[in-house]
Design a protein around this ligand. Structure first.
Ligand code: AMP
Ligand code: ZN
Length: 469
């Protein structure tokens, strides 16, 4: 399995620290609003990575935090006249609902920054003891960036260039810093803000320290994969590396994975730019699996432009796969329990190449675009061959192969049927009337419509029966 590592800017063979196990950390959202579909990209992408790893037999310990203390959360709390915790708890709850809709599995642990302050204090103390951090007069603690010789190794930035850039910026509080490159580990409280007591001042942590601390606590000092959107490479992940490696004296993460942006009109979708759609808004218009399918239709390192046309294409693509699944299920109802003869074995062997193609695409840095092409090739094969197969074993094998692939992508094949029993009965009555009037086209159309929603009709002597498959 090859993974593109931002650290080396190359695809590298994946070798886990512990055989059969993966320790993976994905930076989660700051919770002060409903998440937008740009935020959903890393969630869907890395959930798919996790699913593929599990398919390969790895036990994946998957940790993803919620940043639940931050300027934006505090501002929103002040606007509403409530505690910051009210805001963060509300949006964590909402975020989890969106994740569930998008079939993003909960992490093994979802740590919260506010619950891990002790660990942050401990790491900051270690950094001060080792000479990697210092306290300014007002109690702010800064990381001494130049004390970490490898600073810049992830973002491939040169310290002197960085410093040049920073000098021209008027950083508030910058005059207390020994060096413009130093960044905050702990900062003093401001009026009306949540704070914690510490040896340095009543205050709260800087953003970067939480991930170093939570990653170490739940996964250990050295982990396999650290991931997030590419905007996190600098400064967030660069600073995490500096903190963790300076404190622990060990390589922090072996593989750094970053997804490219979800854009709109070729600009990054973001809350601050105002060019965003929340997941909630999009789910009013589209089945959540269409959103998931759309996200996976591009490789995670390619920018992806959100547009109605591409969503429509995703909807049609997903529909084709779902129809193949429904057809197989339908054919299975009436298939013969016969021995799998040599011709059928051959058929299965030729169908097997699509699963291999799918795996090969995923092994190549999780190329979901190519993996989805393999799914479509299998669908085409099924459409051509399943009708004539008439063997339970063959049909079941084809169905298992197809569902195996869609499962790894986290694509639920069951459309959420909004059909009530009464609606189904009504459509059946309409179909009967159409048949009576010899309008077989309409009758077939209704059968197809119901099939797409997982309802199979059976014409029996006692009349039409239906069941969900
Ligand atoms: P934030 O809440 O801004 O810290 O973002 C949470 C996660 O979403 C991070 O991994 C970001 O890199 C990612 N993210 C934010 N905006 C986008 C976008 N437009 N496209 C892809 N990923 C994004
Ligand atoms: Zn982080």
């Amino acid at each position: 399995m090859k993974i593109y590592n931002t650290l080396s800017r190359q695809k590298e063979e994946f070798v886990p620290i512990e055989p059969g196990k993966v320790r993976m950390y994905v930076c989660g959202p700051t919770v002060y609003n409903l998440i937008h579909i740009g935020n959903a990209r890393p969630m869907i992408v890395f959930d798919t990575v996790r699913r593929y790893m599990e398919h390969k037999g790895y036990a994946v310990n998957y940790v993803s935090n919620f940043t639940d203390v931050d300027d934006k959360i505090i501002k929103k709390a002040q606007e509403e006249g409530v505690d910051a915790a009210v805001i963060s708890e509300r949006y964590i709850r909402e975020c989890k609902k969106d994740m569930e809709a998008l079939n993003v599995r909960p992490a093994t642990v979802h740590p919260l920054a506010t619950q891990e302050i002790d660990g942050m204090e401990e790491m900051i103390r270690t950094l001060i003891d080792k000479g990697h951090a210092y306290t300014a007069a007002d109690g702010t603690v800064y990381f001494r960036t130049r004390s970490f010789a490898e600073y810049g190794k992830l973002s491939h930035k040169n310290l002197d260039e960085l410093e040049g850039g920073k000098r021209s910026l008027l950083v508030s509080g910058g005059d207390q810093k020994e060096d413009p490159l130093d960044f905050v580990l702990w900062k003093p409280k401001k009026e009306g803000e949540p704070f914690w007591k510490s040896p340095w001042c009543d205050g709260r942590p800087g953003w970067h320290i939480e991930c170093s601390v939570m990653s170490r606590k739940y996964l250990g000092e050295e982990i396999d994969i650290h991931a997030g959107g590419e905007d996190l490479i600098f400064p967030h992940h660069e600073n995490e590396i500096a903190q963790s490696e300076a404190a622990n004296g060990k390589t922090f993460a072996h593989y750094w994975m970053h997804n490219a942006f979800l854009n709109i009109d070729n600009r990054k979708m973001s809350k601050s730019a105002g060019n965003f759609f929340t997941v909630r808004e999009i789910l009013e218009k589209y089945d959540p699996m269409v959103v998931r399918f759309f996200m996976l239709s591009a490789h995670y390192r390619s920018p992806l432009n959100f547009s109605a046309e591409l969503m429509e294409a995703a909807k049609n693509g997903l529909e084709r796969i779902r129809t193949a699944v429904s057809n197989l299920r339908y054919l299975l109802q009436n298939a013969a329990e016969e021995e799998c003869g040599s011709a059928k074995k051959e058929l299965l062997a030729s169908a097997g190449i699509y699963a291999d193609k799918f795996d090969a695409a995923m092994e190549d840095d999780f190329n979901t675009a190519d993996a989805i092409s393999a799914i479509f090739e299998l669908v085409k094969f099924i459409n051509t061959n399943a009708g004539a197969a008439n063997s339970r074993a063959v049909l079941q094998a084809l169905l298992d192969e197809l569902l195996g692939m869609t499962d790894i992508c986290g694509l639920r094949m069951e459309e959420k049927t909004e059909l009530l029993d009464a609606d189904i009965e009504m459509l059946i009555a309409e179909r009967q009337a159409a048949r009576k009037a010899k309008d077989f086209a309409r009758a077939d159309e209704i059968r197809g419509e119901l099939l797409a929603k997982g309802i199979v009709l059976e014409d029996t002597r006692e009349g039409v029966k239906w069941k969900k498959v």
